[in-house]
Design a protein around this ligand. Structure first.
Ligand SMILES: CSC[C@@H](O)[C@@H](O)C(=O)COP(=O)(O)O
Ligand SMILES: [Zn+2]
Length: 206
């Protein structure tokens, strides 16, 4: 199996799992996985597809500018430039973007603050933070309609090989050194969002 084929399988596995969780409502969401570093190429989801369906046209290979490297009728995700930021600025190997109701509500509740910080939760260890008083902060950026502007603001927070950024009333983008780490960041973030919203709801009726 070629590197491209094995990366394709890895990304298809993640897509299948996230689809089962209903994390691609209304064709939203996009996924990417690095294939080569030099020159940079990565697989990204084709734009506008129903990501709960599987086909051999789910992903296409793009270059460091997010342009297709092979002849294809497929269009790369409209948000490919955000994945470009990740692979051009870090050693990350995988980046995932999903729209969920929980991540949208959290982004609206904390959007004016520009960030949300979590602490005192065991699952923070999923971010590689093992100290008892560890904190994990997720920045929240404005949802610029013009994707190059959105990507530029997103890129300001892409400094480490793994991380997460919320886009207000839009969704979350996470990345990690490999597919497992990116998925772990995504799942930990969605766990924390859901926990936080449930806690706020119970506190409000107490
Ligand atoms: C219908 S969701 C809105 C989209 O513009 C976008 O935010 C998204 O996540 C999916 O776009 P795509 O081009 O399919 O990757
Ligand atoms: Zn999106």
């Amino acid at each position: 199996m070629s590197l491209k084929e094995s990366r394709w399988e890895e990304l298809a596995d993640i897509k299948r799992v996230l689809a089962k969780r209903d994390w691609f409502p209304g064709t939203s969401g996009n996924l990417a996985i690095k294939v080569d570093q030099q020159p940079l190429t990565f697989l990204v989801t084709a734009s506008g597809k129903d990501k709960t369906k599987e086909s051999n046209e789910d992903f296409l290979l793009v270059d460091k500018d997010g342009k297709p490297v092979e002849n294809t009728h497929l269009k790369p995700s409209a948000e490919t430039l955000l994945h470009v930021e990740v692979y051009n600025k870090t050693n990350a190997g995988c980046s995932l973007h999903v729209h969920t109701i929980d991540n949208n509500v959290i982004s609206e509740l904390y959007g004016d603050k520009g960030r949300i910080t979590f602490k005192g939760q065991e699952i923070i260890k999923a971010y590689g933070l093992w100290e008892e008083d560890a904190e994990f902060t997720i920045p929240i950026i404005h949802n610029h309609a013009y994707i190059p502007k959105l990507a530029a603001e997103f890129g300001e927070y892409v400094k480490e090989d793994a991380g997460a950024v919320l886009i207000r009333n839009h969704g979350i983008t996470v990345w990690g050194r490999n597919a497992l780490e990116a998925k772990k960041y995504l799942e930990a973030s969605e766990f924390l969002f859901s926990y936080h919203l449930k806690l706020l709801a119970y506190q409000s009726i107490k």
